[in-house]
Design a protein around this ligand. Structure first.
Ligand SMILES: [Zn+2]
Length: 460
């Protein structure tokens, strides 16, 4: 969470450890310190598969055809989904899929609203499309590239199926065509994670842990729009999984900030869908600006981090539709609450927005609040355009830090910066608690990180 400091021309970082905040009401997740570095949290390894791409019904792009293929409903949004099976989906797995559908479908409706259309969705299986999974709007087909295990449950399969089924809710819509997948994928993945949370104890549905995603949200976003923005869909991105996580965390923050029903505390996504449905009958295509207008109207003046909701969305780097081509470098701390690695992305964005990984030699410097360089290192990013510097297992001393990554591409020196906190002891954030671990004050002008100790009072 970034707070703007309008009074000092500096960027200020502060660390507060073990501060008990009895009046602190958590709006997102709250975090708990774990003693000692535990084994790697598998959710934090950022497994890059499986992935999803939604292929909307191209008929939607021509209103006349759209009206022929989608007979006029009372209003878009009073839909229903029935699941059937393609011959490619094994008969002995259909009971598993049907049981999961029967469990998650009402749960999705409770937080996402009704489907936009009355449709029969066909579930099919195509291992050749691995690691991608699809929802094809034109044929109302979910294509899964893996099958659930024959014994027990398959938590990540369940998450991907739920995700694809949620895409089917927007069957009669097309969000931000050509301007990025952040809207459709972000809403869908956030809803998937909320369904998984609501079903905890009844069904283990796990792919991308929202606690982990929210922990990283600010350091990822700090890489900025040149690293995170651009591309018509996530298949163009260097690390698609990163974009599912960032865009879902963004909608998670939005729904947590703006929901208004205490008995259904993530209901903003259904409010947003209902607003979209109410405007969709005349035109089912929602450009970037029109989609943000739907957010503004459904937020009805409520603010997100001090900004109008649609303005806040527009300020998130992942929503930047069109960004420059050329070489890019991004850097962020792995475990932002206590860095154990410094991770780097190096890639070339082509003129058509595709991101091509580049293997580059990268130098890292970590600078403390007294501007001392306390760590340096070098490594070469891999053929996938990612790499990392392993830090000592002993945590950095308590404080805020600046991270600088530099590389030379075609004779030009490129630099990326980010920030990090250290608790000075082995603390990991893996689940909810009511402690405040760090505050980041951003200067909106230069956005260059630096670390300064200062006193911060907080109130809600
Ligand atoms: Zn998707």
């Amino acid at each position: 969470m970034k707070l703007r400091n309008n009074f000092k021309p500096l960027i200020v970082f502060l660390i507060i450890v073990s501060l008990t905040l009895s009046a602190y009401q958590t709006r997102y997740f709250i975090f708990v310190p774990i003693s000692g570095y535990s084994n790697e949290n598998s959710n934090e390894l950022f497994i890059s598969t499986p992935l999803c791409a939604v292929i909307p019904d191209s008929n939607i792009l021509t209103t006349e055809t759209f009206q022929q293929t989608h007979p006029v409903l009372g209003a878009i949004g009073e839909g229903d989904i029935t699941l059937v099976y393609d011959s490619s989906f094994p008969v002995d797995r259909r009971g598993y899929a049907q049981e999961l559908f029967d469990l998650v479908y009402p749960e999705i409706k409770s937080i996402y609203g009704d489907p936009s259309n009355i449709i029969t969705v066909t579930l099919s299986y195509d291992p050749d499309s691995y690691p991608w999974n699809f929802y094809y709007g034109a044929t109302n087909t979910i294509i899964m590239s893996q099958l659930p295990l024959s014994i027990g449950t398959s938590p990540s399969w369940d998450a991907v199926f739920t995700h694809e089924l949620i895409h089917a809710f927007h069957d009669a819509l097309y969000l931000t065509p050509g301007e990025g997948s952040w809207a459709e994928e972000g809403m869908t993945e956030a809803a998937t994670q909320i369904v998984a949370m609501n079903l905890q104890g009844r069904r283990d549905i796990v792919l991308r842990d929202p606690v982990v995603n929210l922990k990283y949200y600010d350091v990822w976003s700090f890489m900025g729009k040149d690293v995170l923005g651009g591309g018509p869909d996530f298949t163009y991105k260097l690390v698609p999984d990163l974009h599912y996580r960032i865009s879902s965390a963004m909608f998670f923050i939005l729904t947590t900030e703006l929901s208004s029903n205490p008995s259904n505390p993530y209901d903003f996504l259904s409010q947003l869908n209902n607003q979209i449905y109410s405007q969709a009958s005349s035109n089912p295509i929602f450009s970037d600006d029109r989609f943000k207008l739907m957010i503004r109207q459904s937020a009805a003046g409520r603010l997100v981090e001090g900004q109008l909701a649609d303005v806040w969305i527009g300020n998130q780097p992942v929503t930047s539709g069109f960004v420059e081509s050329g070489f890019q470098i991004g850097v962020y701390p792995y475990r932002p609450e206590n860095p154990t690695q410094i991770r780097v992305l190096t890639f070339l964005r082509l003129s058509d927005a595709r991101e091509i990984p580049l293997s580059e030699e990268v130098n890292i410097r970590i600078i403390d609040s007294e501007e001392n360089t306390i760590r340096t290192g070098a490594f070469v990013t891999g053929s996938d355009g990612t790499g990392y510097l392993e830090l000592d297992s002993t945590p950095l001393p308590l404080g805020g830090y600046q991270i600088i990554a530099t590389t030379n591409f075609n004779g030009i020196e490129y630099e990326a910066r980010n920030y990090a906190f250290s608790q000075g002891e082995s603390i990991l954030i893996e689940q909810a608690d009511n402690s405040l671990y760090g505050v980041t004050l951003m200067n909106p002008v230069d956005r260059y990180p630096a670390a300064y100790p200062c006193l911060v009072e907080q109130s809600i």
